[in-house]
Write a new protein. Structure first.
Length: 475
């Protein structure tokens, strides 16, 4: 047995195989079953989008069912509460408490809308449950990584067919009986690009092991198909390349994508080829890709097509800042339940179906005030600090899979945070369940790394951490 790492996330008990002390086989089976169900749900949200979110019987859909069954797992899973010793969990519970205070007073006034808007923070319960079951049954972390190895193959193969089919057959697709306006597949390009960035980060992190080079082609084709359609998703995917190169400067996946993308851009510039993307007025062309990129940070580009939605967002966000940071809603915000778009006069449809400012962070500021926003930032920054700490310690101890796991989770988190800065991604289960699942997996990984450093690499000799950190700093 190798000695455990000197970590603040040391488990207070030993594990026996796949079952923690005091966990009977039935409980282990329940926690494993819940985790498997979560993995299937994450796949559904990724490849079916909003359509999968309506799976269930109103008002209990897939995400709500995961929360209810997850709470049941916690009731029978022993010693899971130790995760609340971690600063990340303490910060999250304080945030949830504040958000609850800004939700419950408005239930009588806004009814179901208050619960619907509370998704932004309430789905964090999925992360709490996932962290708890990983602590109780550490080998679930290995299972999650193995499930993702299947996920990326299903995703890369199915997305082109589902995306093109959704664009051409949207009205002809089967619809849910209880949501007649929602087809069973309802995809958004930005959401899909988040997962493309997560897949690239997974490959670059080495947590995936050996990946056949042939998988690069479907990754690139999917990115080329979706990139011109959504600027936020495109920026998220580019960020995954940049961050993966910070951690792994010479990883072949990031450099391979850059070389192929630059070559393709030069080909488009020289030939002037332009053709339409299914479901978008924006073509694949060198000019369109340049306009997408330039329009994110400047006022240049096609004003009608690109700058219109951008200006709507900026005006909306400025109004929220004036009302909270510099206005009367500094301490409490407007609460959960009120339609922010209607309240601020930025309606874009007669039915008022759009309720948020297309930025999850601004939504939190508007609904909970500056104190809630500060707590929101603390929740995420403490988690990021834990991921970086886990990566550095694992790399120092020559635990490549552990280091890769922390790197991958951090990249995936960043993809979601960037995309939700341009779209109401985490205000729904398509992004919310993914965000908090990654958050919970990260907390579980931080804890288990301290007690079972050989969980992924049992035969690999462990380096002395202090000496390895010194060696790493010198190199």
């Amino acid at each position: 047995m190798s000695r455990t790492l000197n970590s603040p996330y040391q488990l207070p008990y030993r594990s026996r195989g796949t079952v923690v002390d005091g966990q009977p086989p039935t409980v282990a089976m329940l926690t494993r079953g819940w985790t498997v169900a979560l993995c299937y749900a994450l796949l559904g949200y990724a490849v079916m989008g909003r359509g999968f979110a309506y799976l269930g019987l109103p008002p209990i859909f897939a995400a709500e069912l995961l929360i209810l069954t997850g709470v049941g797992c916690l009731l029978v899973c022993g010693r899971w509460w130790v995760i609340f010793r971690m600063p990340q969990m303490i910060a999250l519970m304080v945030l949830c408490g504040w958000c609850a205070l800004r939700t419950f007073p408005f239930i009588g006034q806004y009814g179901i809308d208050a619960f619907r808007d509370a998704i932004l923070w309430a789905y964090s319960m999925i992360g709490v449950v996932l962290a708890a079951v990983i602590v109780c049954q550490p080998k679930l972390l290995v299972m999650i990584v193995d499930c993702y190895k299947r996920f990326y193959k299903i995703f890369l193969i199915s997305v082109p067919f589902l995306w093109i089919g959704f664009q051409f057959l949207k009205d002809a697709m089967p619809h849910w009986p209880w949501a007649s306006d929602i087809p069973i597949v309802y995809l958004k390009a930005g959401d899909l690009q988040v997962h493309l960035g997560g897949i690239l980060g997974f490959w670059a992190s080495e947590a995936a092991g050996v990946i056949a080079l042939s998988w690069f082609l479907p990754l690139f084709l999917n990115a080329a198909m979706l990139g011109p359609v959504n600027r936020g998703g495109m920026m998220a995917f580019m960020a995954s390349i940049a961050v993966s190169m910070i951690f792994k400067p010479f990883n072949r996946w990031a450099w391979g994508f850059i070389v192929v993308a630059v070559t393709g851009m030069m080909f488009l510039l020289v030939t002037g080829i332009s053709f339409k993307i299914p479901g978008s007025d924006r073509p694949i062309s060198a000019d369109q890709l340049i306009e997408n990129f330039v329009s994110v940070g400047t006022t240049k580009g096609n004003l009608e097509e690109l700058q219109g939605t951008k200006q709507w967002r900026l005006d909306f966000w400025n109004a929220i800042i004036q009302d909270t940071v510099h206005g009367p809603y500094f301490w409490k915000g407007k609460g959960f339940g009120i339609n922010l778009v209607s309240e601020y006069g930025f309606n874009i449809d007669a039915e008022e179906t759009v309720r948020a400012p297309h930025n999850g962070h601004m939504t939190m500021l508007a609904r909970t005030g500056v104190p809630g926003f500060v707590l929101w930032v603390i929740v995420h920054l403490t988690w990021v600090a834990g991921m970086i700490d886990g990566y550095i310690r694992s790399r120092a101890a020559k635990r490549r899979t552990w280091a890769g796991l922390f790197m991958w989770l951090l990249i995936y988190w960043l993809m979601i945070v960037i995309n939700c800065s341009f779209d109401p991604y985490i205000e729904g289960p398509m992004g919310g369940v993914w965000l908090w699942s990654i958050y919970g997996a990260g907390i579980g990984a931080m804890w288990v790394r301290g007690s079972q450093p050989d969980l992924f690499e049992p035969d690999e000799p462990e380096a002395d951490e202090d000496d390895a950190l010194t060696e790493m700093a010198v190199s």
